[in-house]
Design a protein around this ligand. Structure first.
Ligand code: C2O
Ligand code: CU
Length: 698
């Protein structure tokens, strides 16, 4: 049931980085010395240097197996964590190092023989400067240095699959540089005399030309990246389609193109059912100065004047109608039903499923509550700032058949607010300890929502408890947990249940141990927060149960997503980007499916932070985590928190036609481009995104 957190991926990444850096520096130095070998002052020095450099080359060759080992350690996390290294980075240094050992080292040995007479006897070239200037002496080592440079830069830019283009560029680039070096080498020796190394003005000129060439190359790339990163003022969010998903033939990815089997269906057709609603709510968005329990003030935007917004509680089967009224001064907004697989047009994504509701405007959402459990709602327009400032609230769907009576429920949304005192972790806007009286013997349910960007760790002290639901989905046969630490990624939910003991129970967010929720028979008492414990692993908790598909199923389509970092530009600004398969939105190709298909998605996180990946409109079944089958209760998630170094295999049925967001629920990351879409063939959107449209899609 427990798994220690995955052995430090970033440490292992750093070892690999370090070895690549040392390899580059070392071989650059060796190559330089070898290149200068012919210019040794005396023959004796030349011999001595040759012997030393032969040894240096042999020692330096050991860096290749070292890099292979660090790459293989990364391979331990999965193929995508090492593919670029094993296919490109390591061969780029291994091949020239091999050439160095086979060609350069014997040549250096000959050059290093004690005296010219011995050398003559041994039928070898004499230790003359001309012999030391032969290509075999320095060229292979220079090739190692060039390969080492490309191999190192590749770590920074982290090519994602498909690797064909990065491979061609890397191998091609190295080959090109080597051709230039080789040609220059050709005229090093004239009439048996080695040309002197450039000095003075000639030297300056050469350095200047080299520097200029590098600047033009790097500057050209950066300029191109900078310009192409600028977001168009008006664009469609779903312009490109994934080209390398495995499936039955290509799917038409441009809903605007013609001549394909399916007629074009605008997503606006996929609305909730008509009829008289069973439940009606109004959410009024306003600007509001609000206070946390400590009195700290928040410059908020809030639904119905409160943070979090009002709890919307409905019963399974209800037809729900929610009217969003925008009374903010100047904040267009929407509402998205996080975790509810509503019809596409009700999904609340500005620029994709609707236009943002302008100040003074309103919008009606209608959907039938088909799922049961703990969900939440939030703005999906400029959400990284709007949710942060308070435009979110809990949403609970009770089962059609009411459960046992007398359960005390606490719906607790964890969120970090920007306050006048800086970032403050809260539970339901409380940044101090909240106390509640609960009679011993009472069944208690805590519905925990992480409405923040980053993963949070929670503990429950004072009682064993069960995790009875994850992301709203009930856990089959949950068992008691004791002193366990619960990791909950951004956007995710857990339901915790226990029977109230006669002593206090304390819920703690480890980011704010002084705050939290203290339950006790009389609403008084003390209990120290539990600050550590074995970590809960939902993929091994509870008991297996039947699922409509599983790891052995035949998948109609499968996609591979690699999450990573690289330096680059987003909308004209330089950042360390959060990428999906090397891209940032709107350049991340869409996952394209046909209605009814069974789809598999593999997500590998090579970056340095966790990414809570949230697919709208669908729940995914976790097949495996880090290569291990999920063995517990079937785990259906809407938000899959993939930690650094982790990988997940997920499956879902494409049964909710439309165009759907699939993004990191660290909303900062989403705003910076860690966003993609799931598209059904033949479905189009009439909505546009971009500054000029007022729809800030994120
Ligand atoms: Cu909770 Cu796309 O969002
Ligand atoms: Cu992220």
């Amino acid at each position: 049931m427990f798994e220690p957190s995955i052995p430090a991926y970033d440490d292992n990444f750093n070892y690999d980085f370090l070895v690549a850096l040392v390899l580059l520096g070392y071989w650059a130095a060796v190559a330089r010395r070898l290149h200068r070998l012919p210019h040794a002052r005396t023959a004796a020095r030349l011999r001595r240097s040759s012997r030393r450099l032969a040894l240096a080359a042999v020692v330096g060759a050991l860096l290749v197996p070292a890099r292979l080992v660090t790459s293989l350690v990364l391979y331990g996390y999965g193929w995508h964590f090492a593919a670029d290294r094993l296919l490109i980075g390591v061969p780029l240094v291994a091949l020239p190092v091999l050439a160095t050992l086979l060609v350069t080292v014997p040549a250096l040995r000959r050059l290093g023989r004690p005296s010219p007479e011995d050398a003559a006897e041994a039928d070898a070239p004499p230790a003359s400067p001309a012999a030391a200037a032969a290509p075999r002496v320095s060229f292979p080592a220079r090739a190692v240095a060039v390969g080492g440079l490309v191999s190192f830069v590749m770590i920074l830019f982290a090519p994602a699959p498909p690797l064909l283009v990065p491979a061609l560029v890397s191998y091609g680039g190295v080959a090109l540089v080597l051709v230039v070096i080789w040609r220059r080498h050709a005229n090093r020796v004239r009439d048996g005399v080695v040309r002197p190394l450039p000095r003075g003005a000639a030297r300056v000129r050469r350095v200047a030309v080299g520097t200029a060439a590098v600047l033009v190359l790097v500057g050209g790339y950066a300029g191109w990246d900078w310009q192409t990163s600028k977001l168009p003022d008006d664009y469609r969010m779903t312009e490109q389609a994934m080209t390398y998903g495995k499936g039955p033939g290509p799917v038409d990815h441009s809903a605007h193109s013609h001549g394909v089997g399916l007629p074009d269906r605008p997503l606006t057709r996929f609305t909730g059912p008509a009829g008289k609603p069973d439940k009606r709510f109004t959410l009024i968005a306003t600007d509001a100065k609000l206070t946390l329990s400590s009195g700290t003030t928040v410059d908020a935007i809030a639904f119905n004047g409160q943070i979090p917004g009002p709890e919307l509680r409905v019963r399974q089967g209800d037809l729900v109608e929610v009217t969003l009224v925008n009374r903010t001064a100047d904040t267009p907004t929407t509402v998205h039903w996080h975790g509810l697989d509503v019809p596409n047009a009700e999904d609340g994504v500005a620029g994709l499923t609707q236009n943002a509701v302008p100040p003074g405007g309103s919008h009606v959402y209608r959907w039938r509550a088909e799922q049961v459990g703990t969900y939440w709602y939030h703005s999906h327009q400029a959400s990284s700032t709007q949710v942060r400032r308070g435009l979110f609230g809990p949403l609970v769907i009770d089962p059609a058949q009411p459960g046992p009576a007398g359960v005390r429920e606490f719906v607790v949304a964890a969120h970090v607010f920007d306050t006048d005192k800086g970032d403050t972790s809260t539970l339901n806007a409380a940044d101090t300890l909240r106390r509640e009286a609960v009679a011993p013997g009472t069944p208690v349910r805590i519905r925990l929502i992480n409405a923040d960007n980053f993963r949070k760790y929670f503990t429950l002290a004072g009682t064993p408890f069960k995790v009875t639901a994850v992301d709203g989905g009930a856990v089959n046969a949950p068992t008691d947990l004791y002193r366990t630490k619960l990791m909950l990624g951004g956007g995710g939910r857990y339901d915790l249940e226990f029977t109230m003991p006669s002593a206090p129970v304390r819920l703690t967010d480890l980011a704010a141990v002084g705050a939290g929720l203290l339950l006790s028979p009389d609403g008084q008492g003390e209990l120290a927060p539990l600050t550590d414990g074995p970590e809960f692993d939902a993929t091994r908790y509870g008991s297996p149960a039947a699922t409509p598909f599983g790891p052995e199923s035949h998948f109609d389509r499968s996609f591979d997503l690699v999450l990573d970092n690289r330096p680059g530009f987003y909308d004209g600004q330089p950042y360390y980007l959060w990428t999906i398969n090397g891209h940032v939105s709107p350049h991340v190709p869409m996952l394209m499916v046909r209605e009814g298909e069974l789809v598999k998605v593999t997500i590998s996180n090579r970056s340095f932070l966790e990414h809570p990946m949230h697919l709208h409109g669908h729940h995914v079944l976790v097949l495996s985590r880090n290569g291990h089958r999920a063995t517990g209760s079937p785990l259906w998630l809407d938000t899959v928190t993939v930690l650094s170094g982790e990988s997940y295999e997920l499956a879902f049925r494409a049964d909710n036609p439309g165009l759907w967001m699939d993004h990191c629920h660290n909303l900062q990351h989403a705003a910076m481009g860690m966003t993609m879409h799931l598209g059904y063939e033949g479905i189009s959107t009439p909505f546009h995104a971009g500054r000029a449209t007022g729809n800030l899609a994120e």
